[in-house]
Design a protein around this ligand. Sequence first.
Ligand code: FAD
Length: 373
Amino acid sequence: MPFPAPETLAIIGAGPVGLEAALAGLDHDFDVQVLEQGEVGSHPLAWGHVRMFTPWRMNLGRHSRAHLEAAGWAVPDPETCPTGAELAERYLQPLAQLPELAGRIHAFTQVVQAGRLGLLRGEGSDAGTRRARPFRLLVRDQGGRESFHHAFSLVDASGVYAHPDWAGTGGIPARSELYLRPQLAYHVEDVLGLDREKYAGRRTVVIGDGTFAATTVVALARLAEEAPGTTVAWVTRAIAAEIFPAAEHDPLSGRRELRMRARALATGAHPAVAHVGGAEVDEFEFNSTTHRYRVILATGEETRTEEADRVIVNAGFGPDEGLCRELDDDEPQFFALGHGPHGHEPDFLLETGYRQVEDAVTRLADGMRASAS
Ligand SMILES: Cc1cc2nc3c(=O)[nH]c(=O)nc-3n(C[C@H](O)[C@H](O)[C@H](O)COP(=O)(O)OP(=O)(O)OC[C@H]3O[C@@H](n4cnc5c(N)ncnc54)[C@H](O)[C@@H]3O)c2cc1C
């Protein structure tokens, strides 16, 4: 196999962070290829009904914006907050159509796993051998055909939305959660729109303390006003007093309002919403005759059971831990971007991801020049 050129940069994922990395890479003279398992912006499209808390001015990467403006793109109103769908349609799709990215974005191309050509994890770390070997990516196209892609620099911008966290205590699955997972909901359901019929007039258990769970519970409380019989049991590890305690100081008005409403719901503001605080999920049961679930909870020393027609687990999301497991912890010429160091930060904002790109691509370019000289 001929080695790729030193300036080759492979990027996993065509979300906002991956595309910003692509344009920053071009600005630093990299030969960029973006490998995307779905369509461009597939994750924001999946939560397309959710309005972002951050306005357009916070959602645009510096390199992306400069390239779009040079192509005559009309900047959206900087103070308006887009939905996920608007982010994809008005920003990510125009980015992907830029002439400078033509032929560089490979949609419906999944990276199965990334490693270093001829080196296992930990091998060659001290001698600097790893830098001299390209990354080797096993990729699979839409038809299931597999091939290898090689590059000397690698950015993992595969996001977190495809990997929901488990409901069970300690971040591991509750009993029977693995088995029932295909029929539980783990994403931010469109309960007032597309998914309405699943929840209207039914009882739903929502599990999770963070902003995703709050989004779902607030939407279900609204649905309860329109569709009689809709009720919610909101299960959180936190007790009610610990739910968004500083919400009123949040500088992002949309998030502030959401969190204050969620906090009110946790303290009995709506008759359709019952809050179960200080609870850990032990087990799920499904009755295939009644099609109802039992969620068994540990609340201190006690056990409590919630029954429902639907279960939504909104415990958070984390990166695909398997994708780069053959890479070293301090792998040269590699960055995983778009989340914090632990990968499960619920309040990670795009502007942080763009700052990561700026830093990472500058360092990759320094490394590329050092290897070339
Ligand atoms: C409901 C919701 C609301 C949010 N609201 C805000 C907000 O108001 N403000 C804000 O700043 N942030 C918000 N965020 C967070 C922000 O959207 C994310 O941080 C952002 O989408 C991350 O961008 P990304 O490019 O890192 O990842 P993603 O947008 O998740 O893109 C990752 C891409 O990688 C692809 N991919 C994954 N695995 C592979 C693979 N193996 N091979 C090839 N491709 C792969 C995926 O298909 C996807 O297209 C929100 C997130 C959610 C879920």
